[in-house]
Design a protein around this ligand. Structure first.
Ligand SMILES: Nc1ncnc2c1ncn2[C@@H]1O[C@H](COP(=O)(O)OP(=O)(O)OP(=O)(O)O)[C@@H](O)[C@H]1O
Ligand SMILES: [Mg+2]
Length: 256
């Protein structure tokens, strides 16, 4: 673990038609740490992730991953950088027509030349890690919401990524299932040591996992702070966010 920023967003601006969504976003993602992006619906949290993945080009500003500016590198270089990424999109996005096994095996089949035996070994290992072993031959429609998320996580981690993006990994799950997902996260992160970027509305629960919390508000990252600093911040916008999401008496020691 060190203090290197492996992702850096510098003054990113992005509009759609007359709608200015990102108005100068600055954010650094530190290696080996968990950064949680919070903020209201429609503020542009998913859009920030898409900029880091190089799926969207900013109108202005720079998105750097491992020091390389994404819109100044070749397609081949971008592809190489993306091999470091594991992504769980907002809706888990499993392919309905494919079994759990085939869904999780897909990145291995697309990106590596390993044998089917080796693929099977890795898929089973990741499914076990997520506590969904034995679901290999099921289709997504036969799984509960929580199981789908776990399979999505298994797929996001199947290439042993260096940096993972989880966009609202617990949406639609009840409190117990959300807790389970977060437990699995922390367990796998401890084991695999990846850097993670999580978009979440699960405040304050998510603070237990976070090393840093970044609040996106009116098109800018107001600040990126440790959970304790965040809760004690004097910034009126952060204060207001903390009070509306946690209530004025929240303490970080409180069990959630
Ligand atoms: N490709 C696109 N074309 C047009 N508008 C877009 C596009 N992508 C995002 N937007 C707009 O940008 C804004 C931010 O979208 P985004 O999905 O990033 O929000 P969010 O913060 O992730 O919200 P939520 O918490 O609801 O997921 C929204 O108003 C959305 O309609
Ligand atoms: Mg979103």
């Amino acid at each position: 673990m060190n203090n290197n920023a492996i992702v850096e967003l510098i003054d990113i601006k992005k509009s759609f038609g007359s709608q200015q969504v990102l108005r100068g976003v600055n954010l650094r993602i530190m290696e080996g740490k968990t950064t949680v992006i919070v903020g209201g619906s429609g503020q542009g949290k998913s859009l920030i992730i898409k900029h880091i993945l190089g799926l969207i080009t900013p109108d202005s500003g720079r998105a750097l991953v491992y020091g390389k500016e994404l819109n100044r590198i070749s397609k081949k270089e971008l592809k190489d950088i993306r091999t470091n990424f594991g992504v769980l999109f907002q809706n888990s996005a499993l392919f309905d027509s494919m079994t759990v096994y085939d869904n999780v095996a897909l990145p291995l089949r697309e990106r590596t030349m390993i044998t089917e035996d080796e693929t099977g070994r890795i898929v089973n290992e990741k499914l076990k890690m997520m506590d969904v072993e034995g679901t290999n031959n099921k289709y997504p429609a036969q799984l509960s919401g929580g199981m789908k998320k776990r399979v999505g996580l298994a797929r996001a981690l199947v290439l042993d990524p260096k940096i993972v993006f989880f966009d609202e990994p617990t949406t639609g799950l009840d409190a117990a299932k959300s807790n389970e997902i977060y437990r699995v996260f922390s367990r796998t992160q401890q084991k695999l040591g990846y850097t993670s970027v999580i978009v979440s509305h699960d405040v304050p629960k998510i603070f237990k996992l976070a090393d840093y919390v970044a609040l996106l508000h009116n098109g800018v990252v107001r600040d990126c702070l440790t959970p304790d600093e965040f809760q004690l911040s004097d910034d009126p916008v952060i204060k207001d966010y903390v009070e509306t999401t946690m209530g004025p008496l929240y303490s970080s020691e409180m069990e959630v």
